[in-house]
Ligand binder design. Sequence first.
Ligand code: NAD
Ligand code: TYD
Length: 345
Amino acid sequence: MKVLVTGGAGFIGSCFIRMLLAENSSARVLNLDKLTYAGNLENLADVASDARYTFVRGDICDRALVDSLLADWSPEIVVNFAAESHVDRSILTPDPVFQTNLAGTFTLLEASRRRGVKRFVQVSTDEVYGSLSEPLQATEEFPLRPSSPYSASKAGADLLALSYFATYRTPVIVTRASNNYGPYQFPEKLIPLMITNALEDRPLPIYGDGLQVRDWLFVEDHCRALFRVVECGREGEVYNVGGGCPLTNREVVQRILAALGKPQHLMVNVSDRPGHDRRYALCCEKLHRQTGWRPKIGFEEGLRRTIAWYQQHPEWVRRVRSGEYLEYYARNYERRDQELARLRQ
Ligand code: NAD
Ligand code: TYD
């Protein structure tokens, strides 16, 4: 089985590659990744010397490159993780978000159509459904109401991918996962940001009242769901992938502080994120019914494993929290109110 993975040097893509090579002896993987700020080859150190694994540095928007990789390497399966994946950055700097998430997906779809790829999995997000009030849960048929540049670009890419199935019968499947967490996540997202700040006794910035709800999915459970979808998902279909662990942001951060034995007063309230979605919630019956998948790792265990990983990898943390990260951190947190005021002008 030859799999082209895009964005495989990021958080979820690298977990997918490590697990695929560990669990499937016939798998061969080509990882196409631009190595943006979020891409890190250290995440793949465990497989770097595996003869079944090849890395190519490149952009999914580069038509000539994508086309030649598909022509020369002939993957049966394409799994597209490559994205600008962070909502806050998409608010501050939307241009690369639409380039990669929309135009890049188009480039991959076009090449996959021409080269007769057998399966194209578009890795998407529950954020495309927008904010849902209690007790609603989005099924795959729910209307798409994205509210950030990030989620709008992902919704656009989902629709584009599905249009390739409707029009050309390109064998596309779209997955929409809830918030992932686990080892190797870039410390811009809630859980790794709070763990790494708490470890250094820095303030933990809660947007608004902190009562927003996210449904937490351990990254390995997400990758297992993707394996099931590659194996037995139906072409042209969408599958929700939820962790089944809904929590408010405040509860998540309180648990992190308690687990680390740090004082709760490290939590500080800061100005809310513009367009902040209040609650995400997924109905995952379709995936359960058709593939048998269910998440295996509860939040307590997942958080314990995640915290332990960050405690055991201070060098990884130190390296990713330098340079560009410091600039982003200053914009989004230290100069937060000025930046938000500037965006509204
Ligand atoms: P990430 O930011 O950790 O990694 C993204 C990877 O894509 C990086 O390695 C980066 O270098 C690469 N990349 C970016 N632009 C590229 C380009 N133009 N060409 C090639 N490579 C490029 O992201 P992640 O958290 O691992 O998310 C992976 C996918 O899963 C994304 O599509 C995201 O929308 C989706 N998703 C993420 C979550 C989550 O909670 N993190 C939840 C649901 C869905
Ligand atoms: P995030 O990890 O950015 O994921 P998403 O916005 O894609 O759901 O944020 C998760 C939740 O945590 C979201 O409601 C915003 C909130 N949040 C904070 O309160 N403070 C922070 O510093 C960050 C990064 C997020």
